[in-house]
Ligand binder design. Structure first.
Ligand SMILES: Cc1cc2nc3c(=O)[nH]c(=O)nc-3n(C[C@H](O)[C@H](O)[C@H](O)COP(=O)(O)OP(=O)(O)OC[C@H]3O[C@@H](n4cnc5c(N)ncnc54)[C@H](O)[C@@H]3O)c2cc1C
Length: 445
């Protein structure tokens, strides 16, 4: 059996570890256009900050590739997937045959088509090479001021780099608040205040209209909507990522925004699987398939895909959106459904009625979102205690029968009850009931 994996990151690692557990002898080929072993993508900004060394970025060491007898083709891009001939084609025209194929090519950063986006000194920030180029530019050009366009997860990650490059940063966000796709107004205001405390100039409701160049084609300023010019010598574009599906264009594999997969992580073409940021997998709280671009789910989906590629019958239980990152001195976690329009009992317009509980004060904001007797989302700022338990409650879909107020404030007794429930649940096979069919076992079958 020959397993070919396009992409060499979290989903690929999960797949290999699953394949090898079932098939010690099959051939595994990993092809990636990045010339590196799998590395921890979220740490690239810590590397800029000087908080981790390059060798500490390794997600799996060289020995892991040897132990799993992986043939690597690093620095090679897959340009075409050809299911009728069971092969992928690389940039240089070479064809690589497969019996089972996994597409885990992640996402590619979106660069908005604004004037001047091709200026020297404009970067995206999703790869190690981006981090290296950004750091080199800041040092070489003695950059004193930079702008980040986009106040989402990746944009805010860039602030970690500040310590290393020591530049004054301006954050430009089109929405009326930072992390606007995950945070409500109150929690976002706390994050914004933390950014300002750290010296960041935050400009919300204010898109970048153009990047202005000097006479040598280098960034000299960002022009905001309304005409104001913010002087800077570098710009990081962080407005989002889109699934890397270009290689599938002629393949006949069904694509929505991401690659469409079933509960076994198999695409519409038998024998071809997809996992991670490129795939539209099941979202437990929204009860639909969609891309949730976070690394634990990429790894988990890879594991499910790998098991099935090697002949297993494993079902992906579904995931939830989850962000966990400190913004300077302020810890932050969001999970599941978090935007509820600010009404006490808001109807989301999708026929769903949500109950919202908020605890705030003394630099803490905790919001729990319930649908009926189930927890479906949470925002934790300033105090993220027991975030793991809340995540588990959302994912498990168990009814929350205990005192919600205590759960909201993180009362230790209630959390202990939740932990014990967790232990009981883990001792037996989990089931997820779907609207469309019978109970589906979440464990390997
Ligand atoms: C700065 C930053 C901070 C982040 N912070 C967090 C965080 O705190 N928590 C969290 O959960 N998630 C975080 N993420 C998201 C997380 O990194 C991703 O969800 C995760 O990397 C997805 O893994 P993946 O295996 O799907 O693909 P990716 O990690 O995107 O890797 C895909 C690989 O495929 C390669 N590839 C693409 N196209 C081709 C092709 N045609 N041929 C060959 N190879 C190809 C790419 O070059 C890449 O190496 C962060 C991301 C970034 C960029």
């Amino acid at each position: 059996m020959r397993y070919v994996i396009a992409g060499n990151s979290y989903a690929a690692v999960g797949a290999v570890e699953s394949i090898r557990a079932r098939d010690p002898h099959g051939e595994i080929v990993i092809i990636s256009d990045e010339p590196y072993r799998a590395y921890s993508r979220p740490l690239i900004t810590y590397w800029i900050a000087g908080e981790v060394r390059k060798d500490q970025l390794d997600y799996r060491p060289a020995a892991w590739y040897e132990r799993n007898r992986i043939q690597t083709r690093l620095g090679h891009r897959v340009t075409q997937v050809d299911p009728p001939n069971r092969q992928v084609v690389l940039e240089d025209g070479e064809a690589v045959a497969y019996d089972r194929l996994l597409i885990c090519t992640g996402g590619t950063p979106i660069v908005p088509p604004i004037e001047g986006a091709d200026a020297e000194g404009v970067f995206t920030m999703t790869r190690f090479d981006d981090a290296r180029a950004f750091k080199a530019w800041c040092e070489q050009e003695h950059v004193e001021a930079g702008a980040i366009v986009g106040g989402g997860l990746i944009g805010l990650s860039v602030f970690k780099a500040m310590k290393g490059v020591k530049i004054k940063l301006t954050l430009v966000e089109l929405l009326d608040r930072v992390l606007g796709l995950a945070l409500d107004h109150d929690s976002s205001a706390m994050i914004e205040a933390a950014l300002r405390r750290a010296g960041v100039d935050v400009r919300t409701a204010s898109g970048a209209e153009a990047i202005l160049k000097d006479e040598r084609g280098r960034v000299r300023a960002v022009r905001l909507k309304g005409g104001e010019e913010v002087p800077c010598q570098t710009v990081v574009m962080a407005v989002g990522v889109r699934p890397n599906t270009g290689l599938l264009k002629e393949s006949g594999i069904q694509i929505n925004r991401g690659v469409v997969v079933n509960e076994r992580m198999e695409t519409s073409v038998p024998g071809v699987y997809a996992a991670g940021d490129v795939a539209e997998a099941y979202d437990v709280v929204n009860e639909q398939h969609q891309v949730i671009a976070i690394l634990p789910l990429a790894y988990e989906q890879g594991r499910v895909a790998g098991a099935n590629m090697a002949g297993g019958g494993r079902v992906y239980p579904g995931g939830i959106a989850l962000n966990s990152l400190p913004i300077f001195d302020l810890p932050l976690m969001t999970m599941g459904i978090t935007l509820t329009d600010g009404h006490p009992n808001p109807s989301t317009g999708s026929g769903r009625v949500l109950d919202v509980l908020v605890h705030s004060g003394d630099g803490v904001y905790r919001k729990l979102v319930f649908q009926g007797d189930r927890l479906v989302g949470a925002i934790l700022v300033g105090n993220v205690a027991h975030g793991g338990v809340l995540t588990w409650l959302i994912r498990s879909k168990l009814p929350v029968t205990h005192d919600r107020q205590a759960l909201l404030t993180g009362d230790p007794l209630e959390i202990e009850i939740a932990r014990q429930l967790n232990a009981v649940e883990k001792s037996g096979p989990w089931v997820r009931r779907t609207a469309a069919g019978p109970a589906v076992r979440e464990r390997d079958v």
